[in-house]
Design a protein around this ligand. Structure first.
Ligand code: C5P
Length: 215
């Protein structure tokens, strides 16, 4: 069974998808981590980010793996290294290239083959897994998402104002919603889960319930 969880930055997809997968005994796939790791690899290799053909060719050669709920470049676990602002700011160059998306979508389908899996990202329900049995679109208002992000950053010792967080979040939302291929959108058959005012436990319960109703 394939469960897709898509939604904008800061909607809490990763932690919810992770917990839903654990609760159901499913595998979990963070496709944002794949875009991030491909971007880290391109930055390290000094590939010209403006050159779509070079980026596509580079991504077709990298040894990108998802194992033990971690993302690897060859034998190196890069799960922590992909979360830096440098990587986040550069992702759009790769995520905008259709051939890069095709390659990563192919890897995602390979990972999901023959498995019960919860896969999380932007385009999972609408593009990568159109036949998924359960599609969730997880969202919250921009302000609620930014407040959660602020708290998360403060926990790791970074104190940003709501305005600063909102500005960069709005920029990412715009980039994610307007790319020609693989843009962020709810699949026609997705269930929209609006989480404003819900606790993480309530969101988890609600989604687990939705998935079980489809089994
Ligand atoms: O989910 P996360 O914030 O780690 O994703 C990082 C970026 O990767 C997103 O802002 C988006 O541009 C890109 N992405 C994508 N398609 C996905 C997952 C992530 O384009 N399926």
């Amino acid at each position: 069974m394939i469960v897709t969880i898509d939604g904008p930055a800061g909607a809490g997809k990763s932690s919810i998808a992770h917990q839903v997968a654990s609760e159901l005994g499913f595998e979990f796939l963070d496709t944002g981590a794949m875009y991030r790791a491909a971007t880290l690899a391109a930055l390290r290799a000094g590939v010209d980010l403006q050159d779509s053909e070079k980026l596509a060719e580079f991504v077709s050669r990298i040894d990108l793996r998802w194992r033990d709920r971690a993302i690897w470049l060859g034998t190196e676990d890069v799960s922590a290294l992909i979360r830096t602002p440098d990587v986040t700011d550069a992702i759009r160059y790769l995520a905008d290239v259709p051939a890069v998306r095709a390659r990563l979508s192919e890897l995602q389908r390979n990972i999901a083959t023959g498995r019960d899996i919860v896969t999380e990202g932007r385009d999972q329900g609408a593009e990568v897994f159109p036949n998924a049995e359960c599609k969730i679109f997880l969202t919250a208002s921009a302000e609620e998402r930014a407040k959660r992000r602020m708290r998360q950053l403060a926990d790791s010792g970074r104190y940003l104002s709501l305005e600063e967080v909102l500005r960069s979040q709005n920029q990412r939302d715009l980039e994610d919603q307007t790319r020609e291929v693989g843009r962020l959108r709810a699949a026609d058959d997705a269930i929209i889960v609006q989480t404003d005012g819900m606790s993480p436990e309530q969101v988890l319960d609600h989604i687990v319930h939705l998935v079980r109703s489809k089994v």
